[in-house]
Design a protein around this ligand. Structure first.
Ligand code: MLT
Length: 406
C-alpha cells in the first residue's frame, strides 16, 4: 500500500490566499448584490505595457515559422536574457554578478519554494515573522519542522524573528544559529524595508556563522528611498552568503505570464562545492526552461520604451499605496509600509483579531484584505492591504473603510 509524504499533513488545510478566496466566494454567494473590492492577494490588475505586448506578438510570430521556431529553451535561460539581467540589474548598479550566475525560471514563488531542496534536511531555517507563507510551508513539506506548538503557532525547528511595530519591523539577529535565513526586502507582508546598514548586519552575521541568506527581492522595483538597496549584492560580502530571488510579476505585471530568476554567485560554497552547481543540476533535471516567448517579452522590460512604460505602471500602483496609507491614517489607523513596497500593513482595532477584522471589512465595507495572522504569529493584530488594485476601486475601498469610522 502506498504511503503519503506525511509532512504535507502538517500543513494548514489550504494555502492562505486560497482560504481567503474561499471565504470571499462564500460571502459573494450569500450576497450576490455586493460589489466586493479585492485588496487581498498581491495580484496585479493593470494590463501588460505596449512594449511587452509588442515583444510577445513578435515572438509568437517567430514561433509560427520553421526558420525561427524555438523548442526547448536552455534550462538555465537564454543567454540574451541572462546577459541583459546581469548587466542591467546588477553590473550597472556596481554588483559583480555575471550571466553564469543567473538562473531564469517560471517565477520567484517556485524558486523560493524549491531552493530548500538543495540543502540538507537537517538545516535549521530562520524566518521573519510575519512571513510570506511559501518559505515555511515549503520547509514543512520537506520535514524541517520538529514539533508544532499549537498555542504559539510555531514549529520547534523553525526560528521565528518577530518583526512588529515595536522593533520597527527590523528582524533582530536570532539567539539560536540558523543555517538558512529567509529575508524578503522590501517586505511582504509588512511593506517595510531594510537599509543598507541594516542589511550589512545580516550579511556579516551570515558569513560569520556559515549561514545562507535566501533573499527575496520580488518587490525591488517599488523601492523609492536611496538607502534601501535594490539587491543584496550591493552589500560587501554577499557573494559568499546570499542567494537572491527576483520576479517579473510585480515590476512588469507577469503574474499571469510567469517569469523570474535566481542569482547564485560562484563564491557561495559549502567546502569546495559551489552551491550554484547543485541548483544548475536541479534545474537541468526538473525544469525544461522558461518559454522563449516569455523570455523575449522580458527583454522588453529592459528596453528604453519598456522601462519608461513600467515606471509609469509602478507609479500608478504607488499612487494607490498613498491613497490607502493616507486614507487609513486620517481615519485613525496605525499604518506602516507603502513607501518602498505596494503593501500597507495596519494595526487592527484592539478588540479584534486579524480574522475578525477580515470578516468585519468584508461584511461591512465589502473590502477584502489579508489577515496578518495568516503570515505568522506576530502578524496577529495586523492586516494587509495591497496597492495592486485599480485606482478607482482603491479610492472607493478606502472611502468605505473610512465611512465605517464616522
Ligand atoms: C501575495 O499576495 O502575498 C502575493 O500574491 C504573493 C505572491 O506573489 O505569490
Amino acid at each position: 500500500m502506498f504511503r503519503l509524504n506525511e509532512n504535507y499533513l502538517k500543513l494548514p488545510g489550504s494555502y492562505l490566499f486560497s482560504t481567503v478566496a474561499k471565504k470571499v466566494a462564500a460571502y459573494s454567494d450569500r450576497h450576490p448584490e455586493a460589489k466586493v473590492i479585492r485588496l487581498g492577494i498581491g495580484d496585479v490588475t493593470q494590463p501588460l505595457v505596449p512594449a511587452i505586448i509588442k515583444a510577445l506578438h513578435e515572438a509568437v510570430e517567430e514561433m509560427g515559422h520553421a526558420e525561427t521556431f524555438h523548442g526547448y529553451a536552455p534550462d538555465l535561460g537564454y543567454a540574451f536574457l541572462r546577459e541583459t539581467i546581469a548587466r542591467m540589474d546588477y553590473q550597472e548598479r556596481g554588483c559583480r554578478i555575471s550571466a553564469d550566475e543567473i538562473f531564469v525560471s517560471d517565477g520567484a514563488k517556485s524558486d523560493c519554494g524549491n531552493i530548500q531542496e538543495i540543502f540538507s534536511a537537517d538545516c535549521r531555517i530562520a524566518v521573519c515573522d510575519p512571513v510570506y507563507p511559501v518559505y515555511v510551508d515549503s520547509n514543512v513539506m520537506a520535514g524541517r519542522t520538529g514539533e508544532y506548538n499549537e498555542a504559539a503557532q510555531t514549529w520547534s525547528n523553525v526560528i521565528y524573528m518577530p518583526c512588529t511595530a515595536e522593533n520597527g519591523f527590523v528582524p533582530q539577529l536570532p539567539g539560536e544559529t540558523p543555517d538558512l535565513i529567509y529575508l524578503c526586502v522590501p517586505n511582504n507582508p509588512t511593506g517595510t524595508a531594510l537599509t543598507r546598514d541594516q542589511l550589512k548586519v545580516w550579511v556579516d552575521y551570515a558569513n560569520s556563522v556559515g549561514a545562507v541568506i535566501l533573499y527575496d527581492a520580488a518587490y525591488e522595483a517599488y523601492i523609492s528611498q536611496d538607502d534601501v538597496p535594490h539587491s543584496i549584492y550591493e552589500i560587501a560580502g554577499a557573494r559568499t552568503c546570499a542567494i537572491e530571488f527576483r520576479s517579473f510579476s510585480k515590476n512588469a505585471g507577469f503574474t499571469g505570464v510567469r517569469l523570474g530568476f535566481t542569482v547564485i554567485p560562484e563564491d557561495l560554497k559549502c567546502g569546495d562545492i559551489a552551491v550554484r552547481s547543485l541548483w544548475a543540476r536541479r534545474h537541468g533535471t526538473k525544469f525544461n526552461g522558461a518559454p522563449y516567448i516569455v523570455q523575449k517579452a522580458a527583454m522588453a522590460v529592459y528596453s528604453d520604451e519598456g522601462r519608461a512604460q513600467l515606471k509609469e505602471q509602478i507609479a500608478y500602483y504607488m499612487r494607490n499605496a498613498r491613497v490607502i496609507y493616507d486614507g487609513l491614517k486620517e481615519a485613525g489607523y496605525e499604518v506602516y509600509g507603502g513607501i518602498n513596497a505596494p503593501y500597507i500593513w495596519l494595526k487592527v482595532p484592539e478588540n479584534m483579531t486579524s480574522w475578525d477584522f477580515f470578516d468585519y471589512l468584508l461584511e461591512e465595507a465589502n473590502v477584502v484584505g489579508t489577515p496578518g495572522s495568516g503570515f505568522g504569529p506576530s502578524g496577529e493584530g495586523y492586516f494587509r492591504l495591497t496597492a495592486f488594485g485599480n485606482y478607482e476601486n482603491t479610492v472607493e475601498a478606502i472611502g468605505r473603510i473610512r465611512a465605517l469610522r464616522q
